[in-house]
Design a protein around this ligand. Structure first.
Ligand code: MLT
Length: 233
């Protein structure tokens, strides 16, 4: 059996473990959901960067720019981090530079991995099909400013569950995620309604984003990070 491991926050990501692994970066609300949507709607690539300055600088190179901090779009950028902004009319054929509070940092922490894929409910089935045939799988949960986010951990737990015929969990973080998923799936809405980031987004009037990010298998794609860019696999 192959191994599956979970890092509950990007800061916990251990390069020694990552180097021989297939890594899945997860930020359900909302970065990886936005990136899957962008690629699924025809964007040429998504380039996650960590600073507003670097994001803005790519405008002159023909990129659409997307920036979010604290869940809110930053003034002066083309897009925010709502997946509902990434429509085919806006993104088809475009290169998108993006910086978010957490998701774009997670990508940097994942950089030691052999392969890096983008995971969300929106592409869960396609992602699972890819991971079944991989060796060690590691899921990095983006969370919020260095703290675990329950929505990402529950998703990681579902990956542990889906891979249970081919992969065995070998750390307590994966066990925590698995147990949390088994409990949450009985009443996902109740569980997620308690999540700090769900409350934050609801306060910002972004319930539509939450509902959309929880939809399963909208896209049959598994975007992958190649060098600095997320592209269709
Ligand atoms: C992030 O990447 O930090 C989150 O997706 C924040 C957000 O909801 O925009």
């Amino acid at each position: 059996m192959n191994e599956i491991r979970v890092f509950l926050t990007p800061e916990m990501a251990n390069p020694r473990i990552l180097k021989d692994s297939t890594c899945v970066v997860v930020d359900i609300l909302r970065a990886t959901s936005s990136w899957v949507t962008a690629i699924g709607n025809g964007a040429k690539l998504v380039r996650p960067v960590t600073t507003l300055k670097e994001c803005k600088s790519l405008k002159s190179k023909g990129f659409l720019t997307a920036a979010e901090r604290g869940g809110q779009k930053i003034e002066g950028f083309d897009l925010g981090n709502s997946p509902l902004e990434y429509t085919p009319a806006i993104v088809t054929g475009k290169k998108i530079a993006v910086t978010t509070t957490n998701g774009s940092r997670s990508i940097k922490y994942a950089s030691a991995a052999k392969e890096i894929y983008i995971g969300a409910y929106l592409n869960l089935k396609a992602l699972n099909q890819v991971l079944q045939n991989k060796g060690t799988v590691v899921v990095i949960c983006s969370g919020w400013e260095g703290q675990p986010g329950i929505e990402d951990v529950i998703f990681a737990g579902e990956i542990v569950s889906l891979l249970s015929n081919t992969h065995v969990y070998t750390d307590d973080a994966a066990l925590i995620a698995f147990e949390l998923f088994k409990k949450a799936k009985q009443n996902m809405y109740f569980f997620l309604s308690q999540a700090m980031h769900v409350k934050r987004l609801l306060k910002l009037g972004l319930k539509k984003d939450i509902d959309y990010c929880l939809k399963k298998d909208v896209y049959d794609i598994v975007p992958r990070l190649i060098k600095d860019d997320i592209v269709s696999r």
